[in-house]
Design a protein around this ligand. Structure first.
Ligand SMILES: Nc1ncnc2c1ncn2[C@@H]1O[C@H](COP(=O)(O)OP(=O)(O)O)[C@@H](O)[C@H]1O
Ligand SMILES: [Mg+2]
Length: 502
């Protein structure tokens, strides 16, 4: 339940330091367990303990009301001691650690194990981990010392009460007000009751931890802003979507870095932020320097993030914020910069794009993505198992399977973020040609982000991003003739020579 809630969270939520994979693993694992402790057998245990105290006192009252009353009189003492213990244990002594938390360091270190070993970072990562554990272990020591002291105190009060009850009991025995049977029965029943009471407070910390875990679990399960299962009436779909995409006066900064505006009004975009449009079935190339916001534009179309102001529209005036998000994403085929493959066979991975795909469709999509060739060479062809994250495939092979996964979906809008960047020149050309012929056969709106300008040469329109918006826009030839920023980048890439060579 918690996991499915996490999966629906928005991208901005995952950017948060408190929601790294390591942290979320801890919450899902450890917190779920301590929450369970709050409910399961702990509750039954508490019922047992309380009933034993009551029964103990009732029995002692029946056998000797004087001893029973003395015990009752001591009871507030024990209660006060328990409350003091509970209060002291409730206080959290965890010093707020600065920087990364241990689970985050653990996760980053193991995920990036190749870099860690290549750069001999093992000692550094392990030191960082120890340092991050420092505040927690210090606070645990402090907490342990305090817990020990208060535990001793409560126990002391319990035994003091025993002493008083014994004193009164023996006094009554000596004066022959009660007999031996009454004396022992009353005393033993009180003793068992009191031991029960001390056990309740000893388990108080488990309960406290449980509540803290409940709070953390609830915080990750809080309804996401963008619920893909959204059934609000405003969350509509577009009947017969054509595929026009446009941005109007778009302004944006990532939620984790609100001061760092990516799209903003500036003189170079007529103080209007991001204005950009592509017509249905046409292709738009997005180029610009690294960090100019190319990938950000695509993330916006997928509604991973929300524009701070302005709008992103489909087919004219339909703001994507008002569209059903599940439907919206079904219309889009996305191939990211670093596509992820899931554990399973090659076939299963391609079928993720279209679960009901036939054998023929799979092969056609793989051929279109220039993946069929190398898949056939794999030990088991389409049945070859891919290990987590596509670890046993090269970057180029991973990208081609991801492209096949997008193609099989036959989406209205194709979104490619450096989709061919991990391919060598020859395969890139082939995949580009395949994508171009696909575009000819089934024209669809295509947004292509590319680092190499040649990749977007055949796009209907190319936008050069920078300065918080679009710096230059036009066809490839127009932009080259303009001799502006695009031309500079074009020359820098030495692409003119490359073009001549073709
Ligand atoms: N998830 C994120 N959180 C905060 N800042 C981000 C995030 N992703 C990208 N950025 C910042 O936004 C800017 C644009 O990034 P991006 O769109 O990925 O650039 P590119 O044009 O190279 O694809 C960069 O300066 C980057 O540092
Ligand atoms: Mg990018």
């Amino acid at each position: 339940m918690a996991f499915s809630a996490i999966l629906k969270q928005s991208m901005g939520w995952f950017d948060d330091q408190d929601h790294t994979i390591g942290e979320l693993k801890t919450i899902l694992g450890a917190d779920a367990e301590s929450t369970m402790r709050l409910t399961g057998w702990q509750c039954g245990y508490r019922v047992r303990v309380f009933s034993s105290i009551c029964t103990g006192i009732i029995i002692s009252l029946i056998f000797s009301w004087k001893i029973g009353l003395t015990a009752l009189a001591c009871f507030p003492l024990i209660m006060v001691a328990s409350v003091v213990q509970a209060c002291l244990l409730r206080r959290k002594y965890v010093a707020e650690s600065e920087g990364l938390t241990p689970p985050t360091i653990l996760e980053q270190g193991l995920r990036g194990i190749t870099s860690v070993q290549a750069y001999n970072l093992e000692p550094k990562v392990s030191d960082d981990y120890d340092d991050a554990l420092g505040p927690e272990s210090k606070s645990k020591i402090k907490q342990g010392a305090i817990a020990g002291l208060v535990y001793g105190f409560t126990q002391g009060v319990v035994f003091l009460s025993f002493g008083i009850v014994f004193y009164v009991g023996t006094h009554l025995l000596v004066e022959v007000q009660i007999n031996f049977l009454q004396f022992f029965t009353a005393l033993l029943s009180i003793m068992f009751g009191a031991i029960g009471a001390s056990q309740v407070s000893a388990n108080f910390s488990a309960q406290q931890e449980g509540w803290a875990s409940v709070a953390r679990l609830l915080s990750v399960m809080e309804g996401p802003e963008d619920d893909p299962d959204d059934t609000r009436s405003t969350a509509s779909t577009i009947v017969d979507l054509q595929g026009d995409v446009s941005f109007e006066h778009g302004q944006f900064s990532y939620p984790t870095r609100p001061d760092n505006m990516i799209f903003y009004p500036s003189p170079s975009n007529n103080n209007d932020g991001l204005n950009l449009s592509v017509k249905a079935k046409e292709s738009l190339g997005l180029v610009g320097r690294s960090g100019s916001g190319k990938s950000t534009v695509l993330q916006m179309v997928l509604r991973f993030y929300k524009l701070t102001s302005g709008s992103c529209n489909l087919d004219g005036g339909n703001n994507i914020q008002n569209l059903n998000i599940k439907w919206l994403r079904q219309q889009i085929g996305y191939v990211g910069q670093m596509p992820t493959l899931f554990t399973g066979t090659v076939r299963e991975n391609i079928m993720l794009g279209k679960p009901e795909a036939t054998e023929e469709e799979i092969a056609t999509a793989a051929k279109a993505a220039h993946a069929h060739g190398f898949i056939s060479f794999l030990s088991n062809g389409y049945e070859t198992d891919i290990c987590t994250g596509g670890g046993n495939l090269s970057g180029g092979q991973t990208q081609r399977i991801a492209i096949a996964r997008a193609i099989i979906r036959n989406p209205k809008i194709m979104v490619l973020d450096e989709a061919t960047a991990a391919l060598d020149n020859e395969s890139e050309e082939k995949v580009q040609a395949a994508l171009a012929s696909l575009q000819e056969k089934h024209p669809r709106t295509t947004l292509v982000v590319a680092h190499r300008l040649l990749t977007v040469k055949n796009c209907t329109i190319i936008a050069f991003l920078g300065d918080g918006g679009v710096l230059e826009i036009g066809t490839f030839d127009e932009l080259v003739c303009k001799k502006g920023d695009f031309y500079k980048l074009w020359k820098m890439q030495g692409a003119e020579d490359e073009l001549k060579a073709h």
